[in-house]
Design a protein around this ligand. Sequence first.
Ligand code: F6R
Length: 241
Amino acid sequence: MKFIKVKDFKEMSMKAAEMIADRVKESEKPVLGLATGSTPEGLYKILVEKYKQGEIDFSNTVTFNLDEYIGLPDDDPQSYHYFMNENLFKHINIPAENTHVPSGIAEDVQQECRDYESLIQSTGKIDLQILGIGKNGHIGFNEPGTAFDIRTHIVDLDETTIQANARFFDSIDDVPTKAITMGIGTILESKEILMIISGEGKQEAVTKLLQGEISEDFPASALHKHPNTTVIIDEAAWGDN
Ligand code: F6R
């Protein structure tokens, strides 16, 4: 695992966007794994800028998002479908049919998990998977205690995750308690992983990640088993480490 320390959110976003742009340019049919949340917002803005300046063409890119809340329709402003459309998809030339986010309103969510997993498998490997990290070390919505070989599945969100995500909702009672997430096993099959970490609130998670102990109690530690992972961390998140 390679750690890169950068000054701030802006530098982290720029470095991450450059890496993604390079992978998109290098491949005839790039497959990207994408994340939502506050951390990738800056890098998506930069990718949109790069697209507008004619630097990147997304017409052959395929994307798979990590997760979606169960119960939120695609057009709900808090859904991850909506987040991706607003922050990236509607501003670039990626064909809608190439973008994939698990459906949180499928009639049979178990089947949706199996279908999503099969779709990833049949597309081939994800070339570059973008990840944020939860304060508790979650990746996607794989909360502490999740098996490292698990595939796309339904999760009960941790109380700490519900509290952390309440900032996006009117009230904590509106935060869904369940989600569909790509599994850690699915994530680890990506050819390359890029984790981005910003802000003081993530210092404890960074300390654990740098310590290098591998444990299901800290899901992000599974990345130590991956042969090609880069972690970009800003100074605020790095703290005294
Ligand atoms: C989002 C996701 C989550 C976030 C994590 C950090 O798709 O999978 O694991 O990456 O909760 O969220 P932020 O970036 O908002 O701190």
